[in-house]
Design a protein around this ligand. Structure first.
Ligand code: DGL
Length: 253
């Protein structure tokens, strides 16, 4: 694998910036990011549709000259990572494997994610590959994405929803298997105070540590979106933890 200078990252929208945040913090990577906001959400769509979108997203980023691809979207990683790895001859990384590897150390794990991610059983299968004795339960939490996008992070309604989804779940560790869920960490901790929470984006960045020479850069971030650039910038700052401008609108045809 040669030295990479440009890392392509895609997600169904702005949520993948929660993964970018870890790449910037840890490696100061140079990143071209594509948020497919026009076709969001992916988390309710079929596998075939997500594969089609993922290939279009990857093709766009490859045309921009990227040297490695990161699929920040859990739903897209669950549905299309094998196809993307097979189809493209640059290194392709998803978020399912790193978090699963971390989770497999525990006896009982709960995976939360979108309906597509949970139904795919991608996390469950991967954890079992690492440790077939690990007990894995899953729970789709589809209301979490719109709540986060509404900015209702530290909010009593979000806490009620989290209680409804999560109260009574018995596990040692929980995978936050969606780009939006790390923003709800403190709410989830209120419901399940003794459970170890695994952030899928952070787990990926940790796993890439031994490829540090590829991912290190100057911290340049170029963002493309398939819908309103203005909306992307406003919402994106919440995920990235800082303000940014210069989002470009792109039509993937
Ligand atoms: N980015 C998606 C994920 O991580 C959540 C939003 C969506 O459903 O598109 O699964």
């Amino acid at each position: 694998m040669g030295r990479c200078v440009l890392i392509g990252v895609f997600d169904s929208g702005v949520g993948g910036l929660s993964v970018v945040k870890h790449l910037l913090d840890r490696f100061n990577s140079d990143i071209i990011y594509l948020g497919d906001t026009a076709r969001l959400p992916y988390g309710t769509k079929s596998k075939d549709t997500i594969i089609k979108y993922s290939i279009q997203n990857a093709n766009f980023l490859i045309k921009q000259g990227i040297d490695a691809l990161i699929v920040a979207c859990n739903s897209a990683s669950a549905a299309s990572i094998d196809v993307l790895k097979e189809k493209f001859d640059i290194p392709v990384f998803g978020v399912i494997e790193p978090a699963s590897k971390k989770a497999a150390r525990f006896e009982k794990v709960c995976v939360i994610g979108t309906t597509t991610t949970v139904e795919s059983k991608a996390y469950l299968k991967k954890i079992k590959q690492f440790n077939d004795k690990c007990v894995v339960v899953q729970k789709a939490c589809p209301l979490f994405v719109p709540l986060v996008e509404e900015g209702w992070i530290d909010d009593e309604i979000t806490l009620l929803v989290a209680k409804r989804y999560l109260e009574g779940i018995e596990c040692d560790a929980m995978i936050l298997g969606c780009t939006h869920y790390p923003l709800l960490r403190s709410v989830i901790e209120k419901v399940l105070p003794d459970v170890y929470l695994i952030d899928s984006g952070e787990s990926l960045a940790e796993l890439l540590e031994d490829k540090r020479e590829i991912f290190e850069g100057n911290g340049e971030l170029i963002c493309y979106t398939t819908d309103s650039a203005d909306k992307f910038s406003k919402l994106g700052s919440m995920f990235l933890g800082k303000r940014f401008n210069g989002v470009k609108l792109v039509d993937l045809g």
